[in-house]
Design a protein around this ligand. Structure first.
Ligand code: GDP
Length: 390
């Protein structure tokens, strides 16, 4: 599997860098854990009740480093393998800054909305943040089991409730979407960019999957009422449906860097560095944006970021544009499940971790000392929910 990741990281069209964002308690953590388990990156028992976030004991027992903020998965979709990098986006408005950082590293977002509560103020905030960064959304309506078992909705009411949430989500998207993506980034039930399900009970479905399996709303209600969601989870597993939706509807770095780079980098797009970013080229000048720095008890400062152009290499000297300082990269690598795996190099389009880049902070631009580039735009954050639904 590690060999697979190392192979896929050189194929930008097979990479998806995504965030999961949600109003607090709508199920982001449950979804992330179950996606990882479903993709075979952690054991099923560890998902759900025991969370990654409480993983200290595991780390000690196995002598590994686990970073819940960044995880990766390999997913097979229509006989092709994809590398899916999932960056954690804190759900609370107080972490607005972190949400922005995470959005800078990704190209797509799974917006999780609780079916019972519907769209809430933080749903709007995270969606606004995503669209501002030109991050494309898809929608997952979660906790559908509760609408059936607690709220006792029938098939028509269920579908009406979903339509209301989708309409409201699209209203928000329309009011905040970048001009060049107008009418393109609405979520749409019929094309499968909206899924419904239960992260807790491990199942999800969208219209293409309904057509493929023949399962309809009435069947879903029956599975829930008959306490048989386990069987539903076998027929339409959460990870398969959600990751399929991600691969199908969210852009690869190769596609998204073409329109995202002009949005986040003020340098000359015709320059060698600009062209390397636009084309996700591993051969051009190095351009990395640091989105998070954590301190690890073994490795010291660990900077995580997105490689937009060129290749980061272990042992090389780099230049931190904001700090105007040179530094030597000790270790570079990627994520394998929740673990960090050192590799010699990490090319454009990937999420990289770097140790040894002393003094790097979130927002820092890293380039080569021989080919200095203009800084990436600063990370502003929107922490107040602004209610402006048209
Ligand atoms: P987060 O704050 O968005 O990360 O939300 P969590 O994943 O921590 O979920 C909040 C609560 O909702 C937890 O008690 C979960 O067990 C529960 N939950 C999450 N997804 C579902 C679901 O699909 N159905 C039900 N019934 N409960 C869920």
């Amino acid at each position: 599997m590690i060999a697979k990741i190392k192979e896929l990281m050189y194929q930008p069209s097979s990479i998806r860098n995504i965030g999961i964002c949600a109003h607090i308690d709508h199920g982001k953590t449950t979804l992330s854990d179950n996606l990882l388990a479903g993709a075979g990156m952690i054991s099923e028992e560890l998902a759900g009740d025991q969370r990654f976030l409480d993983f200290d004991e595991q780390e000690q027992a196995r002598g590994i480093t686990i970073d819940a903020a960044n995880v990766s998965m390999v997913h097979n979709y229509h006989d092709e393998e994809y590398l899916i990098n999932l960056i954690d986006t804190p759900g609370h408005v107080d972490f607005g800054g972190d949400v922005t950082r995470a959005m800078r590293a990704v190209d797509g977002a799974v917006v999780v909305v609780c079916a019972v509560e519907g769209i809430m103020p933080q749903t709007e905030t995270v969606l606004r943040q995503a669209l501002k960064e030109k991050v494309k959304p898809v929608l997952f309506i979660n906790k559908v089991d509760r609408l059936i078992n607690e709220v006792k909705l029938g098939p028509e009411e269920l579908s009406r409730k979903f339509m209301d949430i989708i309409l409201e989500a699209n209203k928000l998207v329309r009011s905040m979407v970048p001009e060049d993506k107008k009418d393109e980034w609405n979520v749409d039930v019929s094309d499968g960019s909206v899924a419904f399900g239960s992260a807790y009970h491990n199942w999800a479905i969208n219209v293409p999957m309904m057509q493929e399996t023949g399962i309809n709303f009435k069947d879903i209600i029956d599975y829930c009422n008959n306490d048989n969601q386990k069987e539903l989870a076998q027929k339409v597993p959460l990870a398969e449906v959600l990751l399929g939706m991600v691969v199908e509807h969210l852009p690869s770095p190769e596609v998204s860097q073409q329109y995202r780079c002009p949005n986040i980098w003020d340098g000359d797009l015709e320059s060698e560095a600009g062209q390397a970013m636009i084309h996700t080229s591993p051969d051009g000048p190095l351009a990395v944006m640091v989105t998070n720095v954590s301190v690890d008890k073994h490795a010291g400062e660990v900077a995580t970021g997105r490689v937009y152009g060129g290749t980061v290499e272990q042992g090389t000297e780099v230049y931190l544009v904001g700090s105007r300082a040179k530094s030597r990269v000790q270790q570079v690598g990627v994520y394998f499940g929740p673990e960090r795996v050192a590799t010699e190099k990490v090319p454009a389009g990937n999420i990289v971790y770097i140790t040894g880049a002393k003094g790097a902070t979130a927002g820092e631009t890293i380039c080569s000392p021989e080919n200095k580039i203009v800084e990436f735009e600063g990370l502003e954050h929107i922490s107040e929910p602004v209610v402006t639904v048209a």
